[in-house]
Write a protein that binds this ligand. Structure first.
Ligand code: PXP
Length: 245
């Protein structure tokens, strides 16, 4: 079964637009779980543009399934993670000026510093996932750091023009996914996925988790959270059943 983790950051984006108390990502997370989401993901950014520290603390108490905290590999964030103890942390690159997470972690360039962060989180009993581009060399370097999960960045696939470009990006993902499985790591993917483009990614052999935020929240604004989650779960389940894994 491919599990759906809903990223509720953009519920908080709407709240922060007016600096009020609603809509509440904690309520959104509960609705997602009631509708069948297997876990909840949030990204606590250094600039706190959407999710706030309190959201992380409350979600840790209220999420019934898996709680995945995305964060930059910075000492401040590691301290928060160790104090909060999410089920796992996904380490992501972060640039202040970016609109969203652009590109995967520079694992080859930051080995020593990432090794330290992975050691601190693992030592606190928190599972670690790295968000990387689908490049086998980066997958192998990540495996050497002792993480349990790799989340492949699907942004290039999602941005690709339909046809050859999209097929090329999908085969890049398939190659990266094979390297993850051959390294003995759990395979996850995310970024830019939505109702239209998720099926081929869900059908990749051994895919275990998809982290989906913007596309799902955008749909929920129009149709309601329950319907948005249930529809996406249905598409993922059908694709995974038709795929090889
Ligand atoms: N996975 C990771 C590691 C991310 O950083 C993000 C965006 O915060 C997502 C998945 C979700 O991306 P989207 O909002 O485009 O679905």
């Amino acid at each position: 079964m491919v599990r759906l983790f809903v990223n509720v950051d953009h519920v908080a984006t709407l709240r922060q637009q007016r600096a009020v108390a609603y809509p509440d990502p904690v309520v959104a997370a509960a609705l997602c779980e009631l509708a069948g989401a297997d876990g909840i993901t949030v990204h606590l950014r250094e600039d706190r543009r959407h999710i706030q520290d309190r959201d992380v603390r409350v979600l840790r108490e209220t999420v019934r399934g898996v709680f995945n905290l995305e964060m930059a590999a910075l000492p401040e964030m590691v301290d928060i993670a160790i104090a909060t103890k999410p089920h796992f942390c996904t380490l992501v690159p972060e640039r202040r000026a970016e609109r969203t997470t652009e590109g995967g972690l520079d694992v080859l360039g930051r080995r020593a510093d990432l090794a330290m962060v992975v050691k601190r989180l693992s030592g606190a009993g928190i599972g670690v996932s790295l968000f990387i581009d689908p490049d086998p060399a980066v997958v192998r370097a990540s495996a050497e750091l002792g993480v349990g999960t790799i989340e492949l960045h699907t942004g290039d696939y999602c941005d690709a023009a339909p046809g050859d470009d999209e097929r090329r990006q999908l085969s890049r993902l398939a190659v990266g996914a094979r390297a993850v499985v051959e390294s003995g790591l759990r395979l996850a993917a995310g970024h830019g996925l939505d109702y239209r483009n998720v099926a081929p990614v869900a059908a990749l052999p051994h895919m275990e988790e998809l982290n989906i935020g913007h596309g799902l929240i955008a749909r929920a604004v129009m149709l309601g959270m329950e319907r948005a989650v249930a529809e996406l779960k249905g598409i993922i389940a059908a694709a995974a059943a038709g795929g090889a894994g």
